[in-house]
Design a protein around this ligand. Structure first.
Ligand SMILES: [Zn+2]
Length: 114
């Protein structure tokens, strides 16, 4: 078989390309044009987590921090997803998250200055 990554011919029994080390068996079975399913559950929980985080506001308790971490993890997961819709939602989530964290940091800095 030919390596889908570098194009070198490999023994059919080999698991990895001898030239570039590409995993021939896990990746080669999935065609390039495969439509990855939309991670709807993750998108929903990402937005739900973000909304709860915003509603909890600047109440600095363990619940707000838990939702900040959850939103961040789900956003990163979505950004790395192969589905375009998932990716876009992940980027929007992380931007809103970043702005929120920046506002929090700035308010803490201005409080320290007073
Ligand atoms: Zn290769």
């Amino acid at each position: 078989m030919f390596c889908p990554k570098c194009g070198k011919e490999n023994n059919d029994e080999s698991n990895y390309c001898f030239d570039c080390g590409f995993n021939l068996h896990s990746e080669s079975k999935e065609p390039e044009s495969k439509n990855y399913p939309t991670p709807e559950g993750k998108i929903f929980s990402g937005w739900a987590s973000l909304i709860i985080m915003l509603l909890l506001g600047r109440v600095h308790n363990q619940y707000a921090i838990a939702f900040e971490i959850a939103t961040l993890i789900i956003s990163i997961y979505l950004m790395n997803s192969k589905n375009q819709t998932g990716k876009v939602n992940g980027i929007i989530l992380i931007i809103v998250w970043g702005i929120w964290e920046m506002i929090g940091l700035m308010s803490r800095l201005s409080m320290a200055n007073n």
